[in-house]
Design a protein around this ligand. Structure first.
Ligand SMILES: Nc1nc2c(c(=O)[nH]1)N[C@H]1C(S)=C(S)[C@@H](COP(=O)(O)OP(=O)(O)OC[C@H]3O[C@@H](n4cnc5c(=O)[nH]c(N)nc54)[C@H](O)[C@@H]3O)O[C@H]1N2
Ligand SMILES: Nc1nc2c(c(=O)[nH]1)N[C@H]1C(S)=C(S)[C@@H](COP(=O)(O)OP(=O)(O)OC[C@H]3O[C@@H](n4cnc5c(=O)[nH]c(N)nc54)[C@H](O)[C@@H]3O)O[C@H]1N2
Ligand SMILES: [Mo]
Length: 739
C-alpha cells in the first residue's frame, strides 16, 4: 500500500505557520512579512512597493509556507562567536544540509587556510585585501564568478560587469542547472527566452497544461490561480510520472470553501514514463493533425517550420508513441480534444521538462503544440516556464551570463568610460566545474547559492572544487557546499538578505515584472555587509578608479541608471528611484502573434524521440515540500507521505518485480556512486520510474549534459537497486554518501 499522503495546503499549512511564528515572535514575523520587499523564495513573485504578501495585481493576502520558512530561517540567531573554534572541518563535513542551515546566520567573515583544520575569523579588511591580491595575481581567464538567483539585479550587475572589466567572461549562474533549456527553446521558437504571458493571463485562460512541475509544493501561490480556474469551469491537464497529491486536490488556505471542501486541480492526470514526454506531445499533435484540428490558417500566417514538424509527426507510428510515452491512445486523444476545445490555453512547466539530456527538445515539443493549436500570441494563451529562484530571471536579464550580446557589450563599454570587455564566450556552469577539475581555475567567486550541492556527481564536484586555489563565498547561511566545495584557501563572507539591505534593490519575477525591495535593518547583529558593497570594494582594490569609479557605484541608484540605459526593455529602471514605479519589461509578453524572431513568425522545430532502454529503472531527483533547493528545513515530506530524506519512492509493481518490500533498506547504485541504507517507500509513481531527494542523491548522478542547454539530466538517471548486506543507521548513510 502506498503511504498515506496529505493533500496540499490546508490546516497543516496554517498550523505550520503558527508554529514558525512562535519561533521568532508573531509580531516580529508579521512586520517582516509585510515589509516592502520582494519575497525571497520562488519567482512567482510577491511583495515590493505594494507591500509584503501582495501580488502584482494588488491581491492580499498572498502567502505560502516557503516564504515563511525562508523568512524565519533568516531571523533565527547568528552563529555563536566560537562556532568554528568548536567545529573543526571534520565535524563540519558531517553536518546534514538541515544541520548546517539550523546552525544560524553567518555574521562574521572566516577563512580556511591551506593545511588548516579549522576556519578562523578574519577582519573584513584582511579578507578583502587577500581576495583582491589573489585576483591581481590570477590570469583573468582562470577566474570564474558563479551567481545563484537569490541576489539582487544590482549586485549581480556589479559582479558580472566587474568580472568583465577585469577580463573574465566566466560569469555563469544557477539557471544552467535550472531553466536554461526553457530559455534556449523559447528563444528558438519565439525569439525571447521568458514567459509570453503575465499573471492576468492566467485569469483569462480556460486550460492550463501543467507538465513536469509540482507547484503544490514549489510554487504554492500558483495553486490559488489553478483552483480559481477550475472553479470557473476551466480544465487542468497534469502530466507527471508521479501522482502528486497536491495536484489532485489542494486546500487553498485563503479561501474558506476550499479550506473546507478542497479544490480539485487536475481534470486529467497523465502519467508518462520519464523520457516519454516528447513521444506524448508528438502523439497529441499527431491526433490533432489526424482530426483536422491543427490551426492551419494560423500556421500559414504566423509560423515557420510547420511542414517539417507535421511531416515528422506523421512519420512516427502510433505504436512507437504509446510505447515510448507509456501513455495509452485514449488518454492522448482526450488531451488533444481538451486542447482543441479550449479557447485559451497556457502551457506551464518546470524541472520535469528541463532536467534531461533532451531538455531543449522537450521545450520545443511544447512550443510546437502551442503553436499548432493556436494557443500563443493571444490574451490568456501562451508559454509559462515556472521559474525557480526569486530573481533568477532578473540576473539573466541584466546580463549575468558567459556571453553578452554585442549590442549590450558595446553599450556597457560606453557606460563604463570606454572599458574594453572580453568577447570570447565564458564557461557555462558545468564547463566551469570541469575547468576546475582540469586545473584551469585558480579563483572562484560565489555570489550566494550552493554550487557544490547543485552539481551532479558530488565526488567529482568535491574533487574539482578543492583544486581551486582561492574560493570565495558570499552567503547568508552555512551549507555543506562551504566544506565539500572548499578551495585550497576558502573565505566565507556574511551578507545581508534583501530585506536587510541599507539601500533599495530590485528583482524580476517569472512574469517579467520588476519589483523594488525597500531594504530594512539586519535581523542579527554582527559585521554583516551588503553584497554590492563588498563587490564594489573588491573591484576598487583590483582595478582602482579607472575607467570605472566603483566607489561611486556603491550608490545603487547609479547602477540602476546604467541598467536602464543598456538593457533592452528596462528603460523604466532609469527613473525608478524617483517614480517608484514597478514595471513589466517591454517586448516579452505576446498578446498578438508578432514574435521577436527575425521573420516575426513563430518557429516550429522537429523534436526526435529519445532512444531509451525500456528495462532501465530511471531516477528523477526531486524536491520535497520542506526544502528550498539545497537548503533543508524539514526532514519529512508530508505531501508524499515520505518519512525522511533517505528514501526511494517506487511503484508497487517495481517493488514486487525486484523482490523488495515497502520499508526495506536497500543500496541504490547510480552511474557516479551509490547510497546505502535507503528506505523503499511505495508511492503513486509509474512503474519504471523512481524518485529520490536532491541534493543528497547527487552522489549517484553522472553528468549527462544536454548539448544545447548544458543542463545535467537530474531527472533521468539510470539506477540499480541492491539488497543491503549490512544495515546501519540513517546518519551513517548520509555521512557515507557525502564523503
Ligand atoms: N518548496 C520549494 N519550492 C521551490 C524550490 C524548492 O526546492 N522547494 N526550488 C525552486 C527552484 S530553484 C525551482 S527550479 C523550482 C522547481 O520546481 P519543480 O520543477 O516543480 O520541482 P522538482 O521537484 O524538481 O520537479 C518537479 C516535478 O517534475 C516531475 N518530473 C520529473 N521528471 C519528469 C519527466 O520526465 N516528465 C514529467 N512530465 N515530469 C517529471 C516530478 O515528479 C516533480 O513532480 O521550484 C522553486 N521553488
Ligand atoms: N540532482 C539535482 N540537482 C539539482 C536540482 C535537482 O532538481 N536535482 N535542481 C537544480 C536547480 S533547479 C537549481 S536552481 C540549483 C540550485 O542551486 P543554487 O542556487 O546554487 O543553490 P541554493 O540551494 O539555492 O543555495 C543555497 C544557499 O544560498 C545562500 N543564500 C541564501 N540567500 C542568500 C542571499 O540573499 N544572498 C546570498 N549571497 N546568499 C544567499 C545560503 O548560503 C544558502 O545555503 O540546483 C540544481 N541541482
Ligand atoms: Mo532552479
Amino acid at each position: 500500500m502506498p503511504r498515506k499522503t496529505i493533500p496540499g495546503g490546508g490546516w497543516q499549512a496554517i498550523r505550520y505557520t503558527l508554529r514558525k511564528a512562535l519561533q521568532v515572535g508573531p509580531w516580529r514575523l508579521w512586520q517582516r512579512m509585510r515589509s516592502r520587499n520582494a519575497c525571497k523564495t520562488c519567482a512567482l513573485g510577491m511583495g515590493g512597493m505594494k507591500g509584503g504578501m501582495v501580488n502584482e495585481a494588488g491581491h492580499f493576502p498572498e502567502v505560502c509556507k516557503k516564504s515563511l520558512q525562508a523568512q524565519v530561517a533568516d531571523m533565527i540567531g547568528a552563529l555563536p562567536a566560537d562556532y568554528f573554534e568548536k567545529n573543526p572541518l571534520e565535524a563540519l563535513m558531517k553536518l546534514t544540509p538541515k544541520q548546517a542551515e539550523d546552525a544560524g546566520r553567518i555574521s562574521y567573515p572566516v577563512i580556511l587556510e591551506p593545511g588548516a583544520n579549522k576556519f578562523r575569523t578574519i577582519s573584513w579588511n584582511d579578507a578583502l585585501t587577500l581576495i583582491s591580491d589573489r585576483l591581481k595575481e590570477t590570469q583573468p581567464d582562470e577566474a570564474a564568478f558563479y551567481a545563484s538567483g537569490r541576489s539582487s539585479n544590482e549586485a549581480a550587475f556589479l559582479l558580472h560587469s566587474f568580472a568583465r572589466v577585469y577580463g573574465s567572461n566566466h560569469t555563469m549562474n544557477c539557471s544552467y542547472y535550472c531553466h536554461q533549456a526553457s530559455g534556449v527553446g523559447l528563444k528558438m521558437a519565439f525569439g525571447t527566452g521568458t514567459a509570453t504571458v503575465d499573471l492576468d493571463d492566467i485569469g483569462r485562460a480556460d486550460l492550463v497544461f501543467l507538465i513536469g512541475a509540482n507547484p503544490a509544493s514549489n510554487h504554492p501561490r500558483l495553486m490559488t490561480q489553478l483552483a480559481n480556474l477550475r472553479g470557473r469551469g476551466g480544465e487542468i491537464i497534469v502530466v507527471n510520472p508521479l501522482r502528486e497529491s497536491g495536484l489532485e486536490t489542494f486546500f487553498v488556505p485563503s479561501q474558506v470553501k476550499s479550506m473546507l471542501m478542497g479544490s480539485k486541480i487536475a481534470s486529467l492526470f497523465v502519467q508518462p514514463k520519464v523520457g516519454g514526454d516528447i513521444a506524448f506531445l508528438v502523439g497529441v499533435l499527431k491526433q490533432l493533425d489526424e482530426q483536422g484540428l491543427v490551426k492551419q490558417d494560423f500556421l500559414a500566417q504566423h509560423a515557420d517550420g510547420h511542414y517539417e514538424v507535421l511531416e515528422h509527426v506523421r512519420s512516427v507510428d502510433w505504436q512507437r508513441i504509446t510505447t515510448d510515452s507509456g501513455v495509452d491512445r485514449s488518454t492522448i486523444n482526450e488531451t488533444a480534444a481538451k486542447l482543441a476545445n479550449s479557447k485559451a490555453a497556457i502551457f506551464a512547466w518546470a524541472m520535469g521538462i528541463t532536467h534531461h539530456q533532451w531538455g531543449v527538445d522537450n521545450v520545443l515539443a511544447l512550443c510546437n503544440l502551442a503553436i499548432a493549436s493556436g494557443h500563443i500570441g493571444r490574451p490568456g494563451a501562451g508559454m509559462m516556464p515556472i521559474r525557480g529562484h526569486s530573481n533568477v530571471q532578473g540576473i539573466g536579464s541584466i546580463g549575468y551570463s558567459p556571453a553578452l550580446q554585442d549590442s549590450i557589450r558595446e553599450a556597457l563599454e560606453r557606460a563604463y568610460g570606454g572599458a574594453k570587455l572580453p568577447t570570447t564566450e565564458g564557461y557555462d556552469t558545468h564547463a566551469m566545474v570541469e575547468a576546475a577539475d582540469n586545473g584551469k581555475l585558480q579563483f572562484l567567486f560565489n555570489l550566494g547559492g550552493n554550487l557544490w550541492g547543485s552539481n551532479p556527481d558530488s565526488d567529482w564536484a568535491s574533487r574539482a572544487m578543492q583544486k581551486v586555489k582561492t574560493m570565495v563565498y558570499l552567503s547568508t547561511k552555512l551549507n555543506p557546499g562551504h566544506f565539500y566545495g572548499r578551495g585550497q584557501t576558502t573565505l566565507i563572507l556574511p551578507v545581508l538578505a534583501r530585506d536587510e539591505e541599507p539601500q533599495p534593490t530590485t528583482q524580476e519575477s517569472m512574469f517579467n515584472y520588476v519589483r523594488i525591495s525597500e531594504g530594512g535593518t539586519p535581523n542579527v547583529e554582527g559585521p554583516i555587509r551588503s553584497e554590492s558593497d563588498i563587490i564594489c570594494d573588491i573591484a576598487d582594490r583590483v582595478l582602482s578608479t579607472q575607467p570605472v569609479d566603483w566607489k561611486r557605484l556603491k550608490d545603487l541608484r547609479e547602477v540602476r541608471k546604467i541598467i536602464g540605459e543598456i538593457i533592452p526593455g528596462w528603460d523604466k529602471m532609469r527613473t525608478i528611484d524617483d517614480t517608484k514605479e514597478e514595471f513589466t519589461i517591454s517586448g516579452r509578453i505576446y498578446h498578438t502573434p508578432a514574435f521577436s524572431t527575425a521573420t516575426g513568425k513563430a518557429s516550429m522545430i522537429k523534436t526526435p524521440l529519445p532512444d531509451l532502454d525500456p528495462d532501465e529503472l530511471m531516477l528523477m531527483t526531486i524536491r520535497s515540500e520542506g526544502q528550498f533547493n539545497t537548503v533543508v528545513y524539514e526532514e519529512y515530506d508530508i505531501y508524499r507521505g515520505v518519512p525522511h530524506r533517505y528514501c526511494i519512492l517506487m511503484a508497487a509493481e517495481d517493488i514486487k518485480r525486484l523482490g523488495l518490500k515497502d520499508g526495506q533498506r536497500v543500496t541504490v547504485r547510480g552511474e557516479a556512486g551509490s547510497m546505502d541504507n535507503i528506505e523503499v517507500v511505495e508511492g503513486h509513481i509509474r512503474a519504471g520510474v523512481a524518485a529520490m531527494y536532491y541534493p543528497e542523491s547527487n552522489v549517484l548522478i553522472k553528468s549527462r549534459i544536454d548539448v544545447r542547454s548544458k543542463t545535467p539530466a537530474f531527472k533521468s538517471a539510470p539506477i540499480r537497486i541492491e539488497i543491503n548486506k549490512s544495515s546501519g543507521s540513517q546518519s551513517q548513510t548520509s555521512a557515507k554518501s557525502l564523503s
